[in-house]
Structures are given as structure tokens and as C-alpha cells.
Write a protein that binds this ligand. Structure first.
Ligand code: SF4
Length: 404
């Protein structure tokens, strides 16, 4: 009997516990449901407001209005690749209604690989104490220029490492020698010019004036990487600051020289820092109108300190290219980077904002040192452009079309 009573009590207790548990579980289920509903609602609201923000940005681009940094960032982060491509293509066709894709025939001459900067992303330089480092002789320079001219080349892209002790007179003599071949000299990126100024004790302006008098025609936009000082400090602390890079370009523009602007992305920078870079370039262009083109290209990690970083995908490259076309509303030309992307993606670039195929690069050493070895002849470039439905046209640095 006692055991029967115990069993009944135990069952009652169990029943009561179960019903309590059920009640509790029902309540918590109700709470959970209401919580889920609330979360869903919040997600829906935030999704709707995100969609509205994106719609407004797209409307702004379509009506030709300038995007601010916040809007540029939203488009880069959340925009759909095809949507960005479509917008960039419309802008590109508006700026260049003729179905033409331009390119320049030139040679990249690196007069020295000896460099004191030791940038972590560079696979090209040799430290001053490294016996493998070299400086080209004038005889070597002359041979390269003759070969370039024989191939219909119109310019030399002249760049080198930051040599520890060559005086300014050395560079002036080199320019005068090259100029003897009657060819356009697109040379010395801002970090080199800042380095010459430091070594010579002259101002940046004085250095540019002297180089120009010796034959320098225009300045390439190299050494910009990402124009944000956090990134520059971490990747290339000995190189000139973002402000100094802009200051060199501003001096050159004010002296009447044309230059290009580049961006090397896809390493340690944030998306915000990419936008900061674009904004600095756009602001300077508002002041001077000196940039002829913008060239965004992805970092190539092999053989560098950042070898462990993943390579930028074609998807990210095209997105950045399209965003550059959209955001830089005051720069006429955007170049495809076939040297890093290869011919197929470069061809696709022509529908994502690029209107220029860059240079034939009869010689290229810096990207090749990072293990990337795409090579295209002028004929191949013309074929790729034609296949994409555009007419290929050779141009000079300032985008004047070459007759023929
Ligand atoms: S990127 Fe230019 S400045 Fe930097 S280490 Fe290489 S050669 Fe020198």
C-alpha cells in the first residue's frame, strides 16, 4: 500500500512537473517565437533600408551625381558585381562614345633595382649591400630604346629603386641621354622624386623643374599603393607619405606636367582605405586636372614578405575597377591591368569601366619578379580589343591618337 501511495505521489509530482515544464516550455516557445518574429522583422527592416540606400546610390550614379565616400564604400562593399559593371560601362560609354580602346606602345625600363626602401610588397628590389643589384649602363639603355623605337614605341616608362647615393646630376644626365633618341619620357614616380629631393637638399619643385629641363615629359603614378598612412607605415615605412605623394603630383600639375595615378590594392588595406585613396586622387584632380588616367591593379604576393596573403580574385578586381570608374568622375581614362590579370580578364575589364589597355610593356620586371608573367604583343592586344567589339588605337601618354 505504502508503495502504491508513493507511486501515486510520484506520478502526481511527475505530472505536475511535466505540466509545469510544458507550461514553461510553451511560454518559452511563445517568447522564442515572438523573439524570432521581432528579429525577422528587424532583419527585414534593415534589409529594406539597405535596399533603399542602395537604390538611392544607384539613382545618384545614373543621374550623373558625384558619390561621397560613404556611398562609394557602400557600393564597393554591398553592390552587386553586375550592377557595378553596368553602371561603370554606362559612364565609360558616356565619356567615350566612340567604340575605341586605346593603348600605348612603350617599354618599362628599370634603371636600377638597388633600393633602400625595402617595401614589404616588393619582390623586385635588391638591398644596397646585395651584390646582385645593378645600375643600367647608358649603352644598355640605348639598346633598349632602339629596340622600343623599332617596334613603333612612343615612350619609355623609366622607374627604379631608391638608390642610396646617386646624385641628381646622374638622373639629369640619364634623361638628356634618353632624350637624344627623341622619345617621350614618362619617368620617376613620386617616391623617387621625394628621394632625390632628400638626397640633394632641394625642394620637390626644384627637383621636378631640373628633371624637366633635362628631358622629363610626364610622371607615372607609381608608388601610390594605398594613399592611407596606416597602410604605408605597415608596408613601406621608408617610402614617402600619402601627403608627400599628393604634393609631388600637385607640384608637377602646377608646373604644367601631366601624370597618371595608380592604386595597388588587395593586401592589408581596408575597404575604407581604398575609398580614402580614391577620394584623395579625386580631390587633387578637382584642383589641378593633371591626371590623364587611373590604373587600379591588384597586389601580387609571390616572393614578397606578404606571400601568405591570398591573391585578389577576378571578381574583386572587376568590382574595384568598376567602382573606380564610378567614383572618379573627373578622370577620363581607366586602364585595364592585363599584366596582372591576363588577357581574358583584361578583355572583360572593357565592360567594367576600362577604356584603355595600358601599355604593350615590351619589357616589364616589377610584376614579373612577383611570379606573374603575362606577355602580350601589340598584335595580340589589338586582337583582344577587336574580339570585344572595339577598335584598337595606339595613343601617346596624353591620349593623343597616333596616326595610322
Ligand atoms: S617598390 Fe620601389 S621603392 Fe619599394 S622596395 Fe621596390 S623598388 Fe624600392
Amino acid at each position: 500500500m505504502a508503495s502504491l501511495v508513493l507511486l501515486v505521489i510520484s506520478q502526481r509530482q511527475h505530472t505536475s512537473r511535466t505540466s509545469k515544464t510544458n507550461r514553461t516550455s510553451r511560454t518559452s516557445k511563445t517568447n522564442r517565437t515572438s523573439q524570432t518574429n521581432k528579429t525577422n522583422k528587424t532583419n527585414k527592416t534593415s534589409k529594406t533600408s539597405k535596399t533603399n540606400i542602395m537604390k538611392n546610390i544607384i539613382k545618384k550614379v545614373e543621374s550623373g551625381q558625384r558619390l561621397n565616400a560613404r556611398e562609394g564604400l557602400t557600393l564597393l562593399r554591398d553592390g552587386d558585381l553586375y550592377q557595378l559593371g553596368g553602371l561603370a560601362d554606362t559612364i565609360r560609354r558616356g565619356l567615350h562614345p566612340e567604340p575605341v580602346v586605346t593603348y600605348v606602345v612603350d617599354r618599362n625600363i628599370n634603371y636600377t633595382d638597388i633600393c633602400i626602401s625595402a617595401c614589404k610588397f616588393c619582390a623586385f628590389y635588391k638591398a644596397p649591400e646585395d651584390e646582385r643589384g645593378s645600375v643600367l649602363t647608358f649603352a644598355e639603355l640605348g639598346k633598349k630604346i632602339e629596340e622600343t623605337k623599332a617596334l613603333g614605341g612612343t615612350q619609355i616608362l623609366l622607374q627604379g629603386g631608391l638608390h642610396p647615393d646617386k646624385p641628381l646630376e646622374f638622373y639629369e644626365e640619364m634623361l638628356r641621354f634618353i632624350k637624344g633618341y627623341n622619345i617621350h619620357i614618362h619617368g620617376f614616380s613620386p617616391p623617387e622624386i621625394c628621394h632625390f629631393a632628400t638626397l640633394s637638399g632641394l625642394s620637390v619643385r626644384e627637383v621636378i623643374v631640373r628633371l624637366r629641363q633635362a628631358g622629363l615629359d610626364s610622371i607615372p603614378g607609381g608608388g601610390a599603393e594605398i594613399l592611407a598612412d596606416r597602410v604605408r607605415q605597415e608596408t613601406a615605412p621608408r617610402k614617402c607619405s600619402a601627403d608627400a605623394w599628393i604634393a609631388v603630383m600637385e607640384e608637377a600639375h602646377n608646373l604644367g606636367m601631366r601624370t597618371t595615378a595608380t592604386m595597388m590594392f588587395g593586401h592589408i588595406e581596408t575597404l575604407e582605405e581604398r575609398i580614402e585613396h580614391l577620394e584623395r586622387v579625386r580631390n587633387l584632380q578637382d584642383r589641378t586636372k593633371g591626371f590623364t588616367a587611373f590604373i587600379p591593379w591588384p597586389f601580387q604576393p609571390d616572393n614578397t614578405v606578404f606571400a601568405q596573403l591570398p591573391k585578389t580574385t577576378a571578381f574583386s578586381y572587376l568590382k574595384m575597377l568598376a567602382l573606380s570608374r564610378i567614383f572618379l568622375d573627373n578622370i577620363d581614362n581607366i586602364q585595364a591591368s592585363w599584366v596582372t590579370q591576363g588577357p581574358k580578364i583584361a578583355q572583360l575589364s572593357l565592360f567594367f569601366g576600362a577604356n584603355d589597355f595600358g601599355s604593350t610593356m615590351i619589357e616589364e620586371n616589377v610584376v614579373a619578379a612577383a611570379g606573374v608573367s603575362f606577355r602580350l604583343s601589340e598584335e595580340e592586344i589589338r586582337h583582344i580589343v577587336l574580339e570585344a567589339g572595339f577598335a584598337p588605337r595606339q595613343r601617346t601618354m596624353d591620349y593623343t591618337l597616333v596616326a595610322g
